[in-house]
Design a protein around this ligand. Structure first.
Ligand code: PFF
Length: 446
């Protein structure tokens, strides 16, 4: 069967679309806020460059050389031990788990797009009440928008790589960048911009502890969409003779740039209108709407634009969370794309309903286990455990199981000899050690 491939630009846009998501605009600013601002940002940048980038290249090589779904790629690149390595491919399932709560959050965003057109909360208390009411008791609204997300994503995925994923990214990604840059330009004109710069880049070292490192590494993985077969699956449809290193640099650069632009913009708005930047997950749903209210009439316009940008970022990531398992069922079980898309959609949709209910007063007891509810468990388990584990496995796979000659033949000339040696060393030793330390330290946290 002939596989439909991305175009060159299509691949970069789709991979950047996957990387730039709720993680950049919703998660990054609040975890930076909670973990000491500048100090976290610096640790995060180093982790992205040292560990994230190394594994990004490794994951791209696996997809690009394997040319199939995640599991088959591992098998064909390590034919001698394929029965063991094929289990590494099961990381693709993580995407469906992430997608369950990701879809719920996209649903909240849709709801905010609609409500922001007419009304914005006039105080933090009001904003908080609106958000918590939605979260804890408004099951029908959340369910409605979660269903909408499910239908939309499943529909796009039935259209395949070129007609669905690539086309979606060609439209949404440039629009997202234009909206963000426009709002950033406005933030630049405000006095609080310098405060925001200071918050993001002046390190408060006293806030740093091992938990901050774990969060930073976990987020580096999450934001680059590593460790769940998304980049791998996209790379399997990369055009022949692509420059992997150049593509990886673009992805890392744009993903980091957008997180920083979004963070600087949000913190400027928050400081300018007297709110605090350390607000947790409610940052964009509680603090920000109040800030938009303070802006006056332009605020409604900004609020709608902002939430549209956030939804676009979420949608382009969402498709990449589900596609790996779709490819798997198409390749291995000869399912039609329609059937695979619907079944995978139904999987994340049902789990998403359970995650959504676990936040509500009515069901939280039923759906909480130990210290967290289902929603938080899925988030924690995927971002902090599954992704680093998959990262470790991929580093070892490309570092040791795949013949060095094979790896060299793909990327050595793209890197240059020295950079190749540094990358290869980091992949074989630095990254695995970091991942093992990270996973060990989790034992204490849990
Ligand atoms: N990178 C996305 C974000 O930052 O929101 C999340 C994500 C998408 C993770 C796709 C993993 C993935 F496969």
């Amino acid at each position: 069967m002939k596989i439909a491939r991305f175009s060159r630009l299509g691949f970069i846009l789709a991979a950047v679309g996957s990387a730039v998501g709720l993680g950049n605009i919703w998660k990054f600013p609040y975890i930076a806020g909670e973990n000491g601002g500048g100090a976290f940002v610096l640790i995060y940048l180093v982790t992205v460059l040292l560990i994230g980038f190394s594994i990004l290249i490794a994951e791209m090589i696996i997809g690009y050389k394997g040319r199939k779904d995640g599991i088959s790629c591992f098998e064909s690149l390590a034919p001698k031990h394929k029965n063991i390595w094929k289990f590494a491919g099961f990381q693709s399932i993580t995407g469906l788990f992430i997608m369950s709560f990701y879809s719920v959050v996209i649903g909240w965003i849709f709801n905010y797009i609609v409500t922001s057109t007419t009304s914005l909360p006039s105080s933090v208390q009001e904003a908080e009440a609106t958000f918590t009411t939605m979260l804890h008791s408004d099951i029908s609204t959340q369910l409605f928008y979660h269903t909408l997300t499910f239908l939309l994503i499943t529909f796009i995925l039935t259209k395949g790589i070129k007609g669905g994923i690539q086309r979606l990214n060609f439209i949404l990604m440039p629009t997202l960048v234009i909206i963000l840059l426009g709002m950033f330009a406005y933030a630049l004109t405000l006095d609080a911009f310098s405060q925001s710069l200071e918050f993001m880049f002046a390190p408060k070292w006293e806030k740093i502890n091992s938990g901050v490192f774990i969060t930073a590494i976990g987020h580096a993985f999450f934001t680059l969409s590593l460790g769940m077969g998304a980049i791998l699956t996209y790379s399997a449809s990369m055009p022949k003779n692509s420059n992997l290193v150049q593509n990886a640099l673009w992805i890392t650069f744009l993903d980091t740039l957008i997180a920083i632009v979004a963070g600087l913009m949000l913190f400027t708005f928050l400081y300018e209108y007297g709110s605090s930047p350390t607000k947790g997950p409610g940052l964009v749903f509680i603090s920000l709407p109040t800030v938009f209210y303070e802006m006056g009439i332009i605020g409604n316009f900004f609020a709608v634009l902002f939430f549209i940008a956030l939804a676009f970022a979420g949608l382009t990531s969402a498709v990449s969370l589900v596609e790996p398992m779709i490819e798997y069922f198409i390749n291995r079980f000869k399912w039609s794309r329609l059937k695979a898309s619907i079944y995978m959609g139904l999987f994340f949709y049902s789990l998403g309903i359970a995650a959504l209910l676990s936040n509500t007063d009515a069901y939280k007891e039923l759906l909480s286990f130990g210290s967290k509810n289902l929603f938080d468990w899925i988030d924690f388990f995927t971002a902090s455990v599954m992704l680093p584990l998959a990262g470790l496995i991929m580093a070892l796979f490309v570092g040791f199981a795949v013949e060095k000659k094979r790896v060299e033949s793909v990327v050595k000339h793209q890197f240059g000899a020295l950079a190749f040696s540094i990358w290869y060393f980091s992949l074989r030793y630095i990254t695995p050690v970091a991942m093992i330390l990270l996973l060990l330290s989790l034992l204490e946290i849990i």
